[in-house]
Ligand binder design. Structure first.
Ligand SMILES: [Zn+2]
Length: 274
């Protein structure tokens, strides 16, 4: 019962406790009542699972619409997605529709699963939602930079970017998946390197608009030098060639436009893991 859950809450503090210099209609101080979140609801981009959650989770596909219900929403300027699991947490966006008691917000691709906070123009935040948003993603979800995941499944992250590997820094991420798993181009691009490359084993690099992506240890390479590939096109299969202790994709993002430029953290470019 939704009505019951307000019983234990204190009423908003007297408005004077949350004043802000404002340009009220009469030139005086403007008061904002602190927004209070009651529950989260999936509006569009929902699964068949429960659409409403007060204390648990509510699932919304990315770019779906989350409905936040509660009170004192008239002055909410930003919905803050707290995330909780990644480096790009605390993503704030303006609601797309509102009443005093409901706010609809499109879930941005940068947002991470987690709790929600509402901010009024004076910067006052609501208490975090009790319910958490779970953002549903697929292997074909686009990142903010327009990349897809390079494999049809998430894989098991066995190596992070920047790890100290003794003689060198790990220049990519390692995703363990079975031999033969298709490797997909994360974005459209041109093949600028393909062939055996020592420790990298069978290695392919693609040039995109401003970046280069590379795919190592393949069992099979399915593209040729100079070929144009589409986003999502299979360019090879996962293997364990080169210096590798088991089947995995070693994936790199490098500054463009040549093959052996400075490596970058792939998780700054890939969709959040799903
Ligand atoms: Zn690696």
């Amino acid at each position: 019962m939704f009505g019951l859950c307000t019983l234990g809450l204190t009423l908003p503090a007297a408005a004077g406790a949350q004043t802000a210099e404002g340009s009220g209609a009469y030139g005086g101080t403007q008061f904002y009542e602190r927004p209070v979140i009651r529950d989260l609801q999936c509006r569009t981009g929902c699964t068949r699972a429960a659409r409403v959650s007060q204390a648990g989770w509510v699932s919304v596909k990315e770019k779906g619409v989350l409905r936040i219900r509660g009170r004192n929403f008239d002055d909410v300027g930003q919905v803050l997605f707290l995330g909780g699991s990644g480096t790009a947490d605390n993503v704030g966006v303006a609601p797309q529709a509102r009443t005093a008691r409901t706010l609809d917000v499109k879930v941005p691709v940068e947002a991470g699963s987690g709790k929600i906070v509402l901010l009024d123009p004076a910067g006052n935040g609501s208490e975090p939602s009790r319910a958490r948003l779970r953002i549903l993603r697929t292997a074909n979800s686009l990142s903010a930079q327009g990349f897809i995941w390079p494999l049809p499944t998430r894989g098991y992250l066995t190596g992070h970017y920047g790890e100290d590997r003794g003689s060198h820094m790990h220049s990519g991420i390692d995703l363990a998946v079975p031999t033969g798993t298709p490797i997909k181009a994360v974005a459209e691009g041109r093949v600028i390197l393909v062939g055996p490359q020592g420790a990298y084993g069978n290695f392919t690099c693609l040039r995109h608009a401003r970046l280069v992506t590379c795919y190592a240890h393949q069992s099979e390479m399915l593209v040729t030098y100079g070929q144009f590939v589409k986003q999502g096109q299979q360019i090879g299969t996962v293997g364990s060639t080169g210096r590798s202790s088991g089947p995995h994709l070693h994936f790199e993002v490098r500054q463009g436009p040549e093959a052996w430029t400075t490596p970058l953290d792939p998780f700054k470019f890939l969709p959040r893991r799903f």
